[in-house]
Design a protein around this ligand. Sequence first.
Ligand SMILES: Nc1nc2c(ncn2[C@@H]2O[C@H](COP(=O)(O)OP(=O)(O)OP(=O)(O)O)[C@@H](O)[C@H]2O)c(=O)[nH]1
Ligand SMILES: [Mg+2]
Length: 306
Amino acid sequence: MQNNGNENGYRSGFISIIGRPNVGKSTFLNRVIGQKIAIMSDKPQTTRNKIQGVLTVNDAQMIFIDTPGIHKPKHKLGDFMMKVAQNTLKEVDLILFMVNAEEGFGRGEEFILEKFQTVNTPIFLVINKIDQIHPDELLPIIQSYKDKYAFKEIVPISALEGNNVERLLDQIKSFLPEGPQYYPADQVTDHPERFIITELIREKALHLTREEIPHSLAVVLDKMEQQKGKDIIHVMATVIVERDSQKGIIIGKQGSMLKEIGKRARVDIENLLGSKVFLELWVKVQKDWRNKMSQLRDYGFNENEY
Ligand SMILES: Nc1nc2c(ncn2[C@@H]2O[C@H](COP(=O)(O)OP(=O)(O)OP(=O)(O)O)[C@@H](O)[C@H]2O)c(=O)[nH]1
Ligand SMILES: [Mg+2]
């Protein structure tokens, strides 16, 4: 195994998690960090921005970058998401290429491997969701990937159940260069709480609605303030959809859907903030927001940041 660092030195580095939508990148990040900083769902293209998670151990700091799943973009938001994923490739110390053990090597994987041809960064193949397959099926999967690219390591894991994740972390650590501790030991993400709050609301809406809604949805935080003299934080947010019909779905019968979204999101936000929360949700229609660059910016998709 390659060894970049000094035996006694502190190691640190940036690790990008790349893969098709829905393979489990955000689930892996949350498992590693031990806290929910990236939202997860069974719908593809859940992650839209780059999300950084910091793992600090006694002799190393690993900064993981969760990226939007790589796919062929169909609209401006898709374009943006691809750019975010690709831009991280060259700047990091290590790439984790995550694939789904349940699915064979396909066009999606091939598309991503082509992107790898132009980068020199070492790449691990991480085969996720091994809890879903029979152990006998693993070897053929590994074989099928071995010829495709000179991966530095091939590591099967279950991000959901945690199998083999510790071992992968050890392998990652031994690949990182000697370096400084970039973040304080108690900091787990570079994303502000405000962003995570809107993401938690979006996650609940994703979970509770069907196919047609997820990609048409954005959440904006309007207000967040401590209520005077009370131990309770008032959070006001707006759910943005593209059509009136979607607004109807999000609000639900007599407001029942919006109430449920709010109830579930509030529990997560209270955990995040460690405080009681009063969550107030609104719904607004903004036609075709995904194709309008200026609105994308309003909703937190800022190209210059990446
Ligand atoms: N059985 C099983 N399911 C998993 C595992 N890891 C993730 N999942 C599930 O796969 C789905 C997608 O997980 P995410 O973590 O949101 O996937 P992602 O790669 O971040 O997806 P995008 O953000 O859309 O690119 C969720 O329903 C997870 O619960 C695993 O190890 N085993
Ligand atoms: Mg994700």
